[in-house]
Design a protein around this ligand. Structure first.
Ligand code: AMP
Ligand code: ZN
Length: 131
């Protein structure tokens, strides 16, 4: 059972922001900021690394379209596009989705902070990744 598939099948109500043959974009039930939207493919696929390339292209292109739409309609100052892939990354619903989060300024209830770790030897990091 997948809650997003149930939403797509109209078994669970949702607030539709955008829809086409391939994707559905709905307001997130937990509005991090006003207009917080999640964009998902209409067929079930668990996450971005297991999805086929065409689905990834389609969903991220739709997320960009929704970001443009929200920017125009809400007057927000910026937008975060966020994908959580895997439980360790905060994914709670195992149906690929991209969060589109309008940003209104410092009073937002979201903080995206890239706190640097200790300085790294990039050559060593690259070698360990690429083998
Ligand atoms: P993630 O943590 O990236 O998997 O995000 C899942 C998101 O789905 C959360 O932000 C939830 O608030 C949202 N969500 C869960 N159930 C619903 C629902 N019935 N309608 C809209 N959004 C939902
Ligand atoms: Zn699903």
């Amino acid at each position: 059972m997948c809650i997003f598939c149930d939403i797509i099948d109209h078994k669970i109500p949702s607030s539709v922001v955008y829809e086409d043959d391939q994707v559905l974009a709905i307001l997130d039930i937990s509005q991090v900021t006003r207009g917080h939207t999640i964009v998902m493919p209409k067929h079930h696929t668990p996450n971005v690394v297991e999805a086929d390339d065409e689905t990834v292209r389609t969903v991220f292109a739709a997320a960009a379209k929704v970001a443009r739409f929200l920017k125009e309609k809400t007057g927000c100052a910026g937008v975060n596009l966020l994908n959580n892939c895997g439980e360790a990354a905060g994914q709670t619903v195992d149906h690929l989705h991209v969060h589109v989060i309008p940003r209104y300024g410092e009073s937002d209830a979201i903080q995206v902070a890239f706190n640097p770790s200790e300085p790294q030897d990039l050559a060593e990091v690259l070698a360990s990744i690429k083998g």
